[in-house]
Design a protein around this ligand. Sequence first.
Ligand SMILES: Nc1ncnc2c1ncn2[C@@H]1O[C@H](COP(=O)(O)OP(=O)(O)O)[C@@H](O)[C@H]1O
Ligand SMILES: Cc1ncc(C[n+]2csc(CCOP(=O)(O)OP(=O)(O)O)c2C)c(N)n1
Ligand SMILES: [Mg+2]
Ligand SMILES: [Mg+2]
Ligand SMILES: [Mg+2]
Length: 352
Amino acid sequence: MTDATAPLPAARPEGEVLVRDLSEEELLARVFPLLPAGDATLLGPGDDAAVVAAPDGRFVVTTDVLVEDRHFRRRWSSGDDVGARAAVQNLADVAAMGARPTALVVSLVVPGNVPAAWVEGLARGVAAACAPVGAAVVGGDLSGGDALVVAVTAHGDLEGRAPVVRSGARPGDVVAHAGVRGRSAAGLALLGAGAASPADGAPGASGPSAPYVAGYLRPQAPLAAGVAAGAAGATAMLDVSDGLLRDAGRMARASGVVVDLDAAALRPAVRGLEAAARALGLVGRAAADQALDWVLSGGEDHGLLATFPPSAALPAGFTPIGVVRERAATGPRVTLDGAVPAVGPGWDHFGG
Ligand SMILES: Nc1ncnc2c1ncn2[C@@H]1O[C@H](COP(=O)(O)OP(=O)(O)O)[C@@H](O)[C@H]1O
Ligand SMILES: Cc1ncc(C[n+]2csc(CCOP(=O)(O)OP(=O)(O)O)c2C)c(N)n1
Ligand SMILES: [Mg+2]
Ligand SMILES: [Mg+2]
Ligand SMILES: [Mg+2]
């Protein structure tokens, strides 16, 4: 662990400015110009609090933290990557309510030996992730501390629509998904095994590992599809952060239904991950099984899982991957082609 009095790292590059070389004001003066502005901002960062327009009369609010060595490693993820991931994780939660993200606040706990450029990169990464939806960063907080922690809170506008909750799935509804499935888990596995390097997922990289490693470092959530799903009458929705089976299970329990996934509909995603499994040295059946496990249990792709009435036209970006059935005698749960899936349960921070 590090503190502001620890010796400088031996390999400190010539002229590198660390967080502990600056005052809070000096660090913020580097960060503020990098933050995205947005239409909903009435008063941005710099005062005791920000003021954000909520034309709908209601606002959506959600928060998520990223913790070093739990959600990211600095030797794999740049500040830009962590900023983009922290923003997307929150923007996806707003989108999963059928809302348009408007304003974020970003709080950082930073050890003193972190380069100031890493914190500036984080602001750039947040800005890059916010750009497609026009969301602003309107404030945040800074603290020193032993562990690097990034906490983001995001707000959103329902624009007059009803929120799309987890509990609204009804028997007969179509289960659909927008976004990628399993790529982040595949990228994490490749990095963890040393079968790929962070450079393989850098912006613009085009090698065979690029989709997986970039999918882990900077997941791309289908944010516009969330608003489209709300407008199209989605009955339930959530973003897939902990794995398709685990998150579909949350929807099934909240709605009191069975979510039955269609293995054939998931097959293209599985095929798309088999090359990553082979890069880990797996062959044949073992590679196919690993790819299926990533699709069903991999987290952090932040795709949107939604249910729609059978009569609804699926909005752009969604593909059907199953149906909602009456809860069986066994209770609300997720099945794959009608049977209990054989693969792992997905991510839980406390091992459950
Ligand atoms: N420490 C907490 N205090 C209050 N509510 C919490 C806390 N942690 C999580 N929640 C709430 O529990 C629910 C599930 O959280 P989580 O699994 O983190 O959702 P998500 O995967 O969408 O981020 C959310 O509604 C969240 O707001
Ligand atoms: C270094 C590292 N190890 C493991 C993981 C995998 N991982 C960490 S948290 C997580 C689940 C999603 O994070 P969580 O904090 O549960 O987000 P939320 O569900 O609240 O959106 C996964 C798959 C990772 N991203 N990075
Ligand atoms: Mg959360
Ligand atoms: Mg969520
Ligand atoms: Mg989670």
